[in-house]
Design a binder for this molecule. Structure first.
Ligand SMILES: [Zn+2]
Length: 165
């Protein structure tokens, strides 16, 4: 009696694939064949995985573009100076600044005890810190920590030129 080594499996995706199971112990082949039947074939499995990661990348890119636009509009509205530093870091820095400053406003003014005058003073300080790396470094900071962080900013972090001059 010939020992069966090749199994035609109809996968859950509907594709029928011939599998050589000769590298598995003979008494395990039927069980393994059943297990294969419950799964998509390799091509379909790979296609689904690639689609997943493409979809995720697309979603991330769209989300980033949306945040970038919000950051740009916000900077114009609140008269925030352009950041200084490596070209490729600028967009990230602007998003980080937008994120942290709006979080700080919510925490300190909307939900906190600061009035608009307190905030306006802080905003003046915010405008002086234009080193893009500083804002990127604070990207995970708590909004309530922003005043303290700004106090610790050094002359390296503040603008090399006054944008309003
Ligand atoms: Zn398939």
């Amino acid at each position: 009696m010939a020992v069966r080594t090749t199994w035609n499996i109809v996968h859950s995706c509907g594709h029928e694939i011939s599998h050589d199971l000769s590298n598995r112990p003979a008494d395990r082949r039927a069980g393994f064949a059943r297990w294969l039947q419950g799964r998509d074939c390799t091509d379909c499995w790979k296609a689904a995985r690639d689609e997943d990661s493409a979809g995720k990348e697309e979603w991330l890119a769209a989300k980033r573009a949306e945040e970038q636009q919000a950051a740009t509009e916000w900077a114009e509205q609140f008269d925030m100076p352009p950041l200084e530093g490596p070209e490729k870091a600028l967009a990230w820095g602007e998003r980080s600044r937008h994120q942290l400053v709006t979080t700080a406003y919510s925490a300190l003014v909307t939900e906190g005890s600061w009035d608009e005058a307190d905030w306006a003073a802080l905003e003046d300080t915010i405008r002086t810190v234009t080193r893009v790396g500083w804002w990127i470094d604070q990207r995970d900071a708590e909004g309530t920590d922003l005043p303290e962080l700004l106090d610790a900013a050094t002359s390296d972090d503040t603008g090399t030129e006054n944008p309003f001059r």
